[in-house]
Each structure stands twice: as C-alpha cells, then as structure tokens.
Design a protein around this ligand. Structure first.
Ligand code: GTP
Ligand code: MG
Length: 208
C-alpha cells in the first residue's frame, strides 16, 4: 500500500469527540517510549507527523491521522512510566478504556513491545485485557535495530514461549524498526487486508 496522504486531524481525551467513525481505524498502544509515534512516522514515511521524544510521556492524547482519505491511524499515550501520578494514571485508564471499548470503527490495535527486554508484566496485562474484552490486536516488536540478529531471535522465541503459556495460539505479530523501516510492508499489508472487512452498514446498524 502506498501512503499518498497522511494528515493530522485532531487530539482528544474523550472518544466521543473523535472523528466520526465512518472509516476503518488502527491504533498503536504500548509502554511510554516503546516507539509508537516513531513507528507511525516510519509507516507514513513522514519524519515529523507524530511527535516523538527521547523522554517517555510525550504523547498525552488520542491523536487521529487520516491516511489517503480512507482510514485512520491513531497514536495513543503510553503506559507504565514510573513518574506518572496515581491521578494521571487513573485518567489515562478512563481515556484509553473509553476509546478501546467504544470505538466502533477500530479494526485492530497494535500493541508495541520493546524487543530488547524480557516479557514485562505490564505488557502481559495489557495483552490479557484485549483478550478479556475480545478486542482484536496484533503485536509489534520495536527497536530491533538495536539488537544483534541472534539476540533478537532469542528474545522473540522467549516472548513467544511466554505468550503460549496464556494463549492457545499466537496473535499476529510483526518485527519492526523505525530506523531501518523493517516491518513496514508487512504492517501496511496487514492493515490493507483488515480494512477490507470494514462494514459501514454494520456500523450504521450498531448505532441505531
Ligand atoms: P510516548 O509518546 O512517550 O509514549 O513514547 P512513544 O512510544 O511514542 O515513543 P517515541 O516514538 O517518542 O520514541 C521514543 C524514543 O525511542 C525516541 O528517542 C525514538 O527515536 C526512539 N525509537 C523509537 N523507535 C525506534 C527504533 O525502531 N529504533 C531506534 N534505534 N530508536 C527508536
Ligand atoms: Mg508517542
């Protein structure tokens, strides 16, 4: 798929104020600093579309980007940053749950995982919550350029083994780098396929 157009539309805290749910949508979630905004820029081949930072906690809102006038990419704020207050954590939860559980056009959420580190409890909990709520998701392993191939392979195997302790089969998953664009074609192909099953009529019926 070619990205001809990628435009920032709006930022929200409330899913009710997001753009009308008339087009398929794909969101990116993961721990702060895992590389969500960088991945979106890599996919769109626009270095400054989504704001990135070396410091965790850069993305704070639900950010909609319109792609090719046909579908939305959504950059979400990260979780698990130690310096966030209890109150802000609770607000994050309300904002994100509201969005994930109510957004009718959300076709799939990509849960990003740092490929350099062993499975983290907080990511496992996030993945489990998608399962419990029957929300479609795929995993994306990020920052793979920072690892030697053998180390990457070992980390991915360890992750798969950990997943299979809780899941009967593995979810779709992708291996990526915002530096080298590894995974770009695969993720865009997956989005393209998922887009095809978006049914605007079913959406209208749900809303009635
Ligand atoms: P929050 O918005 O704070 O939740 O973070 P985020 O998940 O959006 O992360 P962001 O894209 O801002 O990236 C965080 C840092 O990681 C930045 O310094 C990026 O340059 C770096 N980074 C992201 N992806 C990659 C990657 O694939 N390879 C390398 N080497 N660095 C990356
Ligand atoms: Mg971000």
């Amino acid at each position: 798929m070619q990205i001809r157009q990628a435009t920032f539309i709006m930022s929200n805290t409330d899913h009710n104020k997001c753009p009308e749910a008339r087009m398929p949508e794909f969101a990116f979630i993961g721990r702060s600093n895992v590389g969500k905004s960088s991945l979106i820029n890599m996919l769109c081949e626009r270095r400054k579309l989504a704001k990135t930072s070396v410091k965790p906690g850069k993305t704070q809102l639900i950010n909609h980007f319109l792609i090719n006038d046909e579908w939305y990419l959504v950059d979400l704020p990260g979780y698990g940053y130690a310096k966030v207050s209890q109150k802000d954590r609770a607000q994050w939860q309300i904002m994100i749950n509201g969005y994930l559980l109510n957004r009718l056009n959300l076709m799939c959420t990509f849960i990003l995982i740092d490929s350099r580190i062993p499975p983290q409890k907080i990511d496992e909990e996030m993945i489990a919550s998608f399962g419990e709520n029957a929300l479609p998701f795929a995993l994306v392993f990020t920052k793979t350029d920072k690892l030697k191939p053998a180390q990457l392979k070992a980390n991915l195997e360890a992750y798969k083994t950990a997943l299979l302790e809780n899941w009967e089969e593995l979810p779709p998953f992708f291996v990526s780098s915002a530096e080298t664009s590894l995974g770009r074609d695969e993720i865009l192909d997956f989005i393209d396929e998922s887009r095809k099953v978006f049914d605007v009529d079913a959406l209208n019926r749900k809303e009635d």
